[in-house]
Design a protein around this ligand. Structure first.
Ligand code: SAM
Length: 219
């Protein structure tokens, strides 16, 4: 997984835009707009990749302090190059922070990729302050069977095409539909968050259920 993210890092932003029909930026804005973060908020951008959420928080929340954490050094170098000030290489399942130190944890397309999702959720909960928020954005499979098959087909064809064109490796982006097959549903994620110590305040979907957003508060 790390090796794959290392390879795709320079193309990552382009590919995200392709797979989301150019809507990724808007979904990320929705995540942040509904967070209502206070000025000076401390924010963890977990599985930050090239630091999209970190950059957005810097624009939208005055004096926020955002830490970007990712397992892939090359992603973090790109994040640093666009002005992300605190990039840290670490595993979501073992975060190098004191308990209850973040007002908000943001995870964009990260949960699906974590080897140990439960351990990562426990760590997120540990580092979130009481009353703080967890916000996630990820791919999900639509509930409707026909839509699901079409969506998976679309993701495989796009992945195959761009993998071949950009890397000469048709399978490199098919990790997206592959990882979706074993991932939880939007409803199951709300339940998983609840059992970890968060209360889902709001969940919504885009692309007919192919993209899901969750806002959850730590009790
Ligand atoms: C699909 S990218 C998401 C990038 C960014 N958050 C966004 O919204 O575009 C997933 C990122 O998760 C990182 N990642 C995968 N497993 C991880 C883990 N266990 N701990 C921290 N980061 C991880 C990868 O290195 C990759 O940069």
């Amino acid at each position: 997984m790390r090796e794959m993210f290392h390879r795709i890092a320079p193309r990552y932003d382009f590919i995200t835009s392709v797979f989301s029909y150019g809507m990724d930026k808007r979904w990320k804005q929705v995540c942040v707009e509904h967070a209502a973060l206070p000025a000076n908020a401390t924010v963890l951008d977990l599985a930050s990749g090239t630091g999209d959420f970190s950059a957005l928080i810097s624009e939208r929340v005055p004096n926020a302090k955002t830490v970007a954490v990712d397992l892939t050094e090359r992603m973090l170098r790109l994040a640093r190059g666009r002005g992300v000030r605190y990039p840290i290489c670490a595993d979501a399942a073992r975060l190098p922070f004191a308990s209850e130190c973040f007002d908000c944890v943001l995870v964009g397309y990260g949960l699906r990729n974590f080897k140990n999702l439960n351990a990562a959720l426990r760590e997120m909960e540990r580092v979130t302050k009481r009353g703080g928020m967890l916000i996630t954005l990820d791919f999900f499979l639509p509930v409707n069977r026909v839509l699901r098959a079409l969506y998976l087909g679309y993701l495989y064809v796009q992945g195959f095409f761009w993998g071949l064109v950009l890397h000469g490796r048709p399978r490199i982006y098919t990790y997206i539909p592959d990882s979706l097959r074993s991932f939880v549903s939007i409803g199951e994620l709300s339940e998983l968050l609840r059992s970890t110590g968060y209360r889902t305040i709001r969940a919504c979907s885009f692309l007919l259920g192919g993209i899901g957003l969750h806002w959850a508060a730590k009790e």
